[in-house]
Write a protein that binds this ligand. Structure first.
Ligand SMILES: [Zn+2]
Length: 236
């Protein structure tokens, strides 16, 4: 099947002589591997055009009989922003996340990365918030049930006091412990909002205090470290 699509490139692997396997995320959130012939030949134009952490306008052939497709052409999309080390750090984490998560993700995951690229220079992006949102999208794509209405342990909907990835949702006052600490009602509302919103604009308008951001960081740090087995460096 012939397809024309803008794909996000997150990993490149050498394959046979001069060939490369390129790992992409599609707009649907599905992952696709494309074989690129002559990729590593020194006279190949591809080597200069294709780097990880870029969006590429591609034409390719895929077949249900193969677990990879064949890349026909590709052209890098340029976004208008000044590249900084902090951008690269963020994109490295996103790429790692794509490598570590098995199977397909969702549309919203792709859209979020696209949104980040389109808004890097706008100056309103909170990267930790966007990363947290991407993790939420991983859970949604994997159909992991997260309880957002009542305490996930006792089913009461009064005195909701925290949120826990380990438990799988909201937790009431009775079930706080040394790992599940009291959170403000306001922060709990913000966390629930992250699971519900599809609007990246509204997401990026959300304001977090330093203390709230610290709590969110520790939530997703634990998620990365325990569930994905990957240590990340944070921004603060
Ligand atoms: Zn409870």
């Amino acid at each position: 099947m012939y397809k024309k699509e803008i794909l996000y490139l997150y990993f490149i692997k050498e394959y046979k002589e001069y060939e490369a396997m390129l790992y992409f995320l599609q707009p649907s959130g599905k992952k696709i591997t494309l074989r690129a012939k002559g990729f590593f030949k020194t006279d190949s134009k591809n080597i200069h055009r294709f780097k990880i952490s870029t969006f590429i306008k591609t034409e390719y052939f895929s077949s249900p009989l193969n677990d990879y497709g064949i890349l026909k052409t590709g052209e890098k999309i340029n976004f208008d922003y000044k590249e900084k080390d902090s951008h690269l750090n963020l994109l490295n984490i996103i790429n790692k996340l794509l490598i570590l998560t098995e199977g397909d993700l969702n549309k919203q995951f792709y859209n979020t990365i696209y949104y980040l690229f389109s808004n890097f220079d706008v100056g309103i992006l909170n990267w930790n918030l966007n990363l947290f949102y991407l993790l939420v999208q991983v859970l949604i794509a994997k159909s992991v049930y997260i309880e957002l209405k009542k305490c996930v342990i006792c089913n009461r909907n009064s005195e909701i006091s925290s949120f826990s990835f380990d438990e799988g949702g909201l937790v009431c006052k009775r079930h706080l412990n040394k790992n599940i600490k009291l959170m403000s009602v306001d922060l709990i509302k913000k966390i629930v909002f992250l699971f519900k919103t599809k609007s990246l604009k509204r997401l990026n308008n959300l304001s977090l205090s330093f203390a709230e951001e610290k709590i969110m960081l520790s939530l997703y740090a634990n998620y990365f470290n325990d569930i994905l087995g990957y240590k990340i460096n944070f921004y603060r």
